[in-house]
Design a protein around this ligand. Structure first.
Ligand SMILES: Cc1ncc(COP(=O)(O)O)c(C=O)c1O
Length: 366
């Protein structure tokens, strides 16, 4: 297939990143963390794209990268000497891969169970590597994590007593706070969560345990949690691309990606149909927003179709192209193989979304 030169050349639906907007977001975040003491560890899960991670690292203020899976870590292992897998990794195959990676670079992961400690330690011993560990705390999200305080201390003691592992601190992702629209409510909830995290870090230190890393934060709380004394790094990811859900939160980042679609039908004056549905954009945080047509809104979403209500007098015709702004970055990006990189209407590059899906299942049966 010939390399597309402009947006008009793209086969739709196509995922497009707006390069100047992306770079602006990356620079805004890097500037915020430039003076420390807290630093940035951009999360790969939002874009799963090594080329974007490389730009984040090049912008400065970063201590390394955050990943959600071992496959993500493998995809960016050549870009940085320091990766945090901010998630519970369970299972022999994954422990083995993480331990192997730790032979090449500084690898840290989150743990919230004895099983997690023992499995990881066995893999590290077998690989002859040392894996760093953060005790994962549930600071209010109600997902993974031990309780702050004594429960965390007890797991930290176990990790510290395990030779193949290195206790490096604690993490507590305040995921429940990120989408809060009201700044005051977001601030109060984030500070509550950070209080639980920092006081647990102090508990570990008082017990003579090492706790150099205290990791938290996301796009909705980077400038709250990132200024709490004792928090050493922030794991924000969505800020680079920005979806419409985060757009409503009021953070200083601009929309930097869209799905390009084609109008395939206008069966009635008040309705158009685009060729992009569930296969090109998720709608778990709401339907995508249609750009450039005043009064247009998605009314139904199917596998291959977005049904859009339009004003009767709009001039959109079959074959026209429209931009959809998705409501949730991570799972939408996950649906695509590449980002088409645009400067205005020009396509200046194509970036593989290397860590999309489950890379370990690729190749079978081919
Ligand atoms: C553990 C963890 N840290 C950080 C993030 C990044 O947050 P955000 O996408 O709000 O920047 C996420 C996002 O889901 C996460 O699960």
């Amino acid at each position: 297939m010939p390399t597309p030169e402009t947006l008009a050349d793209l086969v739709t639906p196509a995922l497009v990143v707006d390069l100047p907007a992306l770079d602006r977001n990356i620079a805004t975040m890097a500037r915020f963390f430039a003076d420390g003491p807290c630093r940035l560890r951009p999360h790969l899960k939002a874009h799963k794209t090594p080329a974007i991670a490389a730009r984040q690292l090049a912008a400065g203020s970063c201590v390394g990268l955050t990943c959600a899976t071992v496959a993500e870590a493998e995809a960016v292992a050549s870009l940085t000497g320091d990766i945090l897998v901010a998630n519970e990794i369970i299972g022999d195959a994954k422990w083995g891969r993480l331990a192997a990676l730790a032979r090449e670079l500084r690898v840290t992961t989150a743990v919230d169970s004895r099983r997690g400690v023992e499995g990881l330690a066995a893999a590290a011993e077998a690989a002859g590597s040392r894996v760093g560990v953060l005790v994962d705390l549930d600071v209010g999200q109600g997902r993974c994590g031990v309780r702050p305080g004594e429960q965390a201390l007890s797991l930290a003691r176990l990790i510290a007593a395990t030779p193949a592992l290195e206790l490096r601190g604690v993490m507590g992702y305040e995921g429940h706070v990120q989408p809060m629209r009201e700044r005051a409510a977001r601030e109060a909830a984030a500070l509550d969560a950070m209080q639980a995290l920092v006081s647990t870090a102090e508990l570990l230190q008082a017990a003579g345990l090492p706790c150099p890393v205290v990791s938290a934060g996301g796009t909705g709380t980077f400038d709250i949690s990132g200024r709490v004394p004792g928090i050493t790094e922030i794991q924000a990811g969505s800020y680079a691309l920005m979806d419409t859900d985060y757009g409503a939160v009021g953070v200083p980042f601009v929309p930097a990606f869209f799905v390009l679609g084609t109008v395939v039908s206008r069966p009635a004056l008040d309705r158009i149909v685009l060729d992009c549905g569930h296969k090109s954009s998720t709608k778990d945080h709401g339907h995508p927003v249609i750009e450039g047509v005043a009064g247009a809104s998605v009314t139904a979403f199917n596998d291959e179709h977005a049904v859009v209500a339009v004003p009767l007098d709009c001039t959109i015709a079959i074959g026209d192209r429209l931009r959809l702004r998705p409501s949730h970055t991570d799972p939408t990006v996950n649906l695509h193989d590449v980002f088409y990189v645009a400067e205005g209407d020009r396509i200046v590059d194509v970036w593989p979304i290397t860590a999309r899906g489950y890379p370990e299942h690729r190749g079978f049966g081919l």
